[in-house]
Design a protein around this ligand. Structure first.
Ligand SMILES: NCc1[nH]cc(CCC(=O)O)c1CC(=O)O
Length: 256
């Protein structure tokens, strides 16, 4: 997608990050903030690559000094999906390694049992097939990008707050490097920055049961929703020039 947008000859350098090796992203127990991005930052420093392409939601809330995000792509659908073999029932066993999904799904079904399985999407779907658990929660955007065929499953769009920057692909590079073509989706970039700034103010990232999710209501109004651990979902609407005040207030209420 990024290569298409840049419209210049690009050399793709595949890099396996620690997160990929462990085959599970943002797993709280193996921790280490920015598991995904640090290896890419090292490759940029060594001039092995010019830019890194990340899933925005896997990036730490604050970017490493000396790096910046010159562009994000237009956001894909940020929804989370609940995938199961048959319609899910109260008390079902649900697979997720995301503290946010565990916290928010438990609010929908307090009798559910959360199981944290390691593995990529294929492994998880196979284990669902084999009956290791009854349901699995995954991001719609990721499933669509991987062209995973879900027609054999029951798929339900979950009414839970998505992760900060879910569905947003972000480009990272070192300060001073200018992209040969401006491919930034400005409106998505505002959502990206707003959510991440609020997460940083809450001292939270994807290892925490927390999220700050911004969306456009109209051309110059944002809606921001956020929660931290067992707090309710806080919501505010703000005009563009008041975003900062709005997230300061929300952070104060959520992370006192
Ligand atoms: N936590 C891992 C992760 N990081 C980005 C995506 C794909 C969705 C996206 O780009 O936002 C996924 C998979 C998932 O959460 O189901």
């Amino acid at each position: 997608m990024v290569v298409d947008a840049l419209q210049i000859p690009v050399q793709i350098v595949p890099i396996v990050s620690k997160g990929d090796q462990i085959q599970d992203r943002c797993l709280a127990s193996i921790g280490g903030k920015g598991l995904f991005v640090s290896v890419f930052e090292q490759a940029i420093q060594k001039d092995q690559i010019d830019i890194a392409v990340h899933s925005g939601k896997d990036m730490p809330s604050q970017i490493t000094d000396g790096f910046y995000v010159p562009a994000v792509l237009a956001r894909a659908n940020p929804a989370d999906l609940l995938i199961s073999k048959t319609k899910i029932w109260p008390g079902a066993t649900i697979d997720t390694s995301s503290p946010r999904r565990a916290q928010l799904y438990t609010r929908i079904d307090p009798t559910c049992q959360i199981k944290m399985i390691r593995g990529n999407v294929e492994t998880r779907l196979r284990k669902l097939e084999e009956g290791d658990y009854d349901g699995i929660i995954l991001a719609q955007a990721g499933l669509e990008r991987l062209h995973i065929d879900l027609h054999a499953y029951v798929v339900q769009v979950l009414d839970i707050l998505p992760a900060t920057a879910q569905g947003i692909i972000a480009i990272e590079t070192k300060t001073g490097f200018i992209l040969p073509k401006n491919i930034d989706d400005k409106k998505t970039h505002i959502l990206f920055d707003t959510g991440r700034q609020l997460m940083a103010l809450m001292h939270a990232d994807c290892h925490d049961a927390a999220s700050a999710h911004a969306q456009w209501i109209d051309d110059d109004t944002l809606q921001i929703q956020a929660f931290y651990q067992d707090s309710p979902i806080f919501m505010c609407q703000t005009k563009l020039d008041q975003i900062d005040a709005c997230i300061q207030e929300m952070a104060g209420a959520l992370y006192g």
